[in-house]
Design a protein around this ligand. Sequence first.
Ligand code: SAM
Length: 249
Amino acid sequence: MPATPAWPPDSPPRLFIDTTLEEDGEIVIDAAQANYLVRVLRLKAGAQVKLFDDRTGEWLAELAHIGKRDAVLRVEGKLRDREDVPDLWLCFAPIKKGRIDWLVEKACELGVARLLPVRTQRTIIDRLKPARLKSHLIEAAEQCERTALPELAEMVSLEALLADWPDGRTLFYAAERGGGSFPEALAAHDGPAAILIGPEGGFTEQEDGAIRALAQAVPVSLGPRILRADTAAAAAISLWMAGRGDWTA
Ligand code: SAM
């Protein structure tokens, strides 16, 4: 549920429903979602709401009944199928709380298909809160009108990531030192892709060597300035989306 909804809403609000939606189906939404529709947006019975389930697509529903702590939505009809998001993964070393929330929100808005946290030698955040990150992903998807939620994978070590790297997937390695031109790399490498972003402390020399030794790895530069990890992630995703993603549609 977007924190500060536009007022008056210029289109029906959108909610993610974690169950398969179907025509004429009745959905009982939880207290938080009901509070958002009824008390934050002050919707009345009969109001329209858009729903998506990350399975079948987006549907239009009507606020059929308002209870004390919940509400019932009746599904009226399908608006569109679940989208095919571009095949891009974001592999990132976890960063501090506020910044990681921003990073996952932007990765969702920009169109990433899968987020893969990677533990590196200089990673300061050792334990993630997947539930909280997932709620940020859902909120961002509700706001940016995605119908497919990005997958949030379990955190892996850099060694494991490189050891199990899939053959046909290019790994664009954001290297603040010794990276090549990203646009040229994009022109040379189409197909399934991933972007690797290091921790605030950067990768160690040993890690840098191990990444560059991976056949599918392509070291790329994001310019002469040292970007914060979350900025680097947003910049790299945007470059890939503009060159290989669905921004050209
Ligand atoms: N502490 C590192 C240093 O001073 O070398 C900087 C790490 S930077 C804050 C975090 C990550 O963002 C890096 O590991 C890299 O993946 C990415 N990054 C930042 N600036 C970049 C640039 N100009 N080109 C490519 N990647 C960059």
